[in-house]
Design a protein around this ligand. Structure first.
Ligand code: F6R
Length: 224
């Protein structure tokens, strides 16, 4: 996590107007903690940065503590002084095209952070998402909703839909870093490394990107 944060810090120092693509969920939180520390202790300056988050649940208020908006504000944006005018989410736009246009106008995503779901999803591109998919409204699978049940207090309370960047949108980022930490991700890591390119395992659609890395910890590669 430190190495990932260090890479982001180097990018932001070299290009103060860098465009970051960010993920929510548990996996990147250690990276955000480290970025917050670098801001506090080493004056890492985010004031010129634009961020674009991958996804958000549908039908959830931005200030609902279970929303990705809220998690990002609490764990990163408010700490490093990024105002809402510089942080963007795909559900804030009337259409996916407008979100894509905003990414384009900002200069394109320099650095995209991703986690991977139990079913291989990236963002909320669930199995079956085509390589050509763009920002859009999607239905969440049962597996994804089960994994979010803890946060929502039961699977029945998890939204059924979300808005997500598409696979093609993600693939346009100049650098892509996929994070998988902990023993719960061992199966995901194995399959992401070895799967042939197959929309049924969306993380495999990143193979062939010119600058993609899968970043894991020991627990995520230990065989059970
Ligand atoms: C979140 C996102 C999802 C998560 C994935 C893993 O913005 O896009 O694809 O990265 O579901 O979630 P965690 O990190 O909670 O295991």
């Amino acid at each position: 996590m430190r190495a990932v944060a260090a890479e982001i810090a180097a990018l932001v120092r070299a290009h103060p107007q860098a465009v970051l693509g960010l993920a929510s969920g548990d996996t990147p939180m250690g990276v955000y903690r480290e970025l917050a520390r670098l801001h506090r202790e080493e004056a890492l300056d985010f004031s010129g940065v634009h961020t674009f988050n991958l996804d958000e649940y549908s039908g959830i208020a931005v200030d609902d503590p279970r929303s990705f908006h809220s998690a990002m504000r609490t764990h990163l944006f408010d700490i490093v002084g990024l105002p809402p005018s510089r942080t963007h989410f795909p559900d804030e736009w009337a259409t996916g095209d407008e979100f894509e246009q905003a990414i384009h106008s900002a200069g394109g995503i320099d650095y995209q952070l991703l986690g991977v779901g139990r079913n291989g999803h990236i963002g909320f591109n669930e199995p079956g998402s085509p390589m050509t998919s763009r920002t859009r409204h999607v239905a969440l699978t049962e597996v994804t909703r089960e994994d979010a049940a803890r946060i929502f207090g039961g699977v029945d309370r998890v939204p059924t839909h979300a808005v997500t960047m598409g696979v093609a949108t993600i693939r346009e980022a100049r650098r892509v870093r996929v994070l998988a930490f902990g023993p719960g991700k061992a199966g995901v890591v194995l399959r992401t490394r070895s799967a042939p390119v197959d929309p049924q395992w969306p993380a495999s659609l990143l193979h062939g990107h010119p600058d993609v890395q899968l970043i894991v910890d020991q627990a995520a590669v230990d065989r059970p």
